[in-house]
Design a protein around this ligand. Structure first.
Ligand SMILES: [Fe+2]
Length: 214
């Protein structure tokens, strides 16, 4: 059994376990326990243990996190594309969604090479960004289509920048670990993600979306 020092123990499935103390089954208050105590680290089927002991562990953990982020953002990006009025913006978002899917394929390959489940974790960060895109674009009211387009770009770029951070760190980890093949694959994903981000900035600025929305 693995143990970690924790106040709110987190299971290997990403769930927060019950806090110490509280009430028992018939409503009596239990005696408070120490704020910090060794708690067992649980594992669920297919998940790696929570204890990360090396840069390699961090690397694999973050591959899974980025895969989860891509999995959530791929459909959200396509949905933004369908909501866009500007033709070039719609095309760029469709291409962005395809690029995310291509990146997922590469991450799946890396997971297979390292013997880990790509679906081993859930990215809460991207979950929040997708919720933001839903709230600020799809659930919001706009007085003009051009204004919606400007909002679409900013929401998309929030998601893209999360992926840039993810790929950038993975490249650095792979290179430090001497995983040259991984590093080359991840660098290509990073470059393609940068290209998508730059294309979006161009559409917003010189492409005229922001000017039309002003
Ligand atoms: Fe994440």
């Amino acid at each position: 059994m693995l143990y970690q020092l924790s106040y709110t123990p987190v299971t290997g499935c990403g769930r927060i376990a019950a806090r110490p103390g509280g009430q028992d089954a018939i409503g009596r208050n239990k005696a408070p326990r120490p704020a910090f105590a060794l708690q067992p680290v649980h594992k669920c089927k297919g998940a790696r243990p929570m204890a990360l002991n090396s840069l390699k562990d961090v690397y694999l953990d973050q591959i899974q996190d980025l895969y989860s982020a891509c999995k959530q953002s791929v459909d959200a990006t396509a949905k933004l594309g369908r909501a866009a009025t500007d033709d070039e913006l719609g095309r760029a978002l469709a291409a962005g969604s395809k690029g995310i899917a291509d990146g997922m394929g590469q991450l799946e390959k890396l997971c297979s090479d390292h013997g880990i489940d790509p679906n081993g974790t859930h990215c809460k960060g991207m979950e929040g960004l997708v919720q933001e895109a839903q709230a600020h674009v799809h659930d919001a009211e706009f007085g003009a289509d051009e204004v919606r387009d400007a909002m679409i770009i900013t929401q998309y770029q929030r998601m893209v920048h999360y992926a840039l951070a993810g790929y950038g760190c993975l490249v650095a980890f792979a290179n430090r670990l001497g995983l040259d093949g991984d590093g080359a694959i991840l660098q290509e994903c990073l470059d393609q993600t940068y290209d998508g981000d730059k294309r979006m900035t161009k559409i917003a600025t010189t492409g005229g979306v922001n000017a039309d929305a002003a």
